[in-house]
Design a protein around this ligand. Sequence first.
Ligand code: CDT
Length: 338
Amino acid sequence: MPRIITVAAAQLGPIQLAESRQSAVDRMIRLLERARIRGVEFVVFPELALTTFFPRHYHEDLAEADHWYETQMPNNVTAPLFAAAARYGIGFHLGFAELNTEADADGVTRQRRFNTSILVSGKGDILLKYRKVHLPGHAEFDPRRSTQHLEKRYFEPGDLGFPVIRAPMGGLSGLNMGMMICNDRRWPEAWRVLGLQGVEMVALGYNTPSTNTTAQGFEAPHLRVFHSQLSIQAGAYQNATFAVASAKAGVEDGHELFGHSIIVNPQGEILAQATSWQDELITADCDLEQCTLGKTTVFAFEKHRRPEAYGRITEQVGAIEPPVWSRDTAMVSRATDA
Ligand code: CDT
């Protein structure tokens, strides 16, 4: 029985500061309607899809930013999106800011803020939640930047790891699905943790500025898209998985996001790519059998991985400079290698 699923990246054009969540949800429902006509079974919406990319706006008092977050999901505003998806039998991925109030072991309530995404089934059930691990940017206002990127102020690093679930999706009784959010795509460790759970489909939302205001001339704008696609294509290939990467695009609050949403196969090839800075649906038929080649040959992890050589990946955060070469260190290194 072939395992084929039709998927879409539902790119969103800009959501301006004053645009309401209700309007963003209406736009997403229109994209779902187009998805239904094209026979799509799973749709990926971007990171922080309900509002403008608010981490570019500085609030001294964190509480002043609380209106950007969702305290429950679904809620009154997003319920129509869940209902539309269930009506059409289409599963979806949605990124949003999560404000969670919880009591710690001592009974003290604490507010926790995460950059979150969820996978929702074609029946409207939340199947899996992920909280962004790799938060880019900075925590304090940076006067040298023309665009602030305050994710480290507004979110704490995700505490759920990189989970994968075997989920019913479209006509398939089970599909191994995982998520990452924006900056995560640049980290091979994130892909490999998903790969080690047999992931077959990675849903990924992003908001990436077209220019890096701290690059000081070392990163031409065309390289920004190149680096995004390089990371997604390499991650998909090296873990033998499909990836559906959906962007926010265009000029939002005066700041440009580069779009270029893509769907990638397990060979690392781009199957579909957005060409506008608007709301745009790109689709592809994904034959999951295409994951088998990589998973059973070059990237048959159980045969070829050598975790005993990868200790630094989990033991160390920053780079540690190597010893300076000398005849003595060369001898030591030969002795250690032997
Ligand atoms: N949203 C997000 O993670 N954006 C980052 C921009 C990094 S520039 C500070 C990205 O990796 O695309």
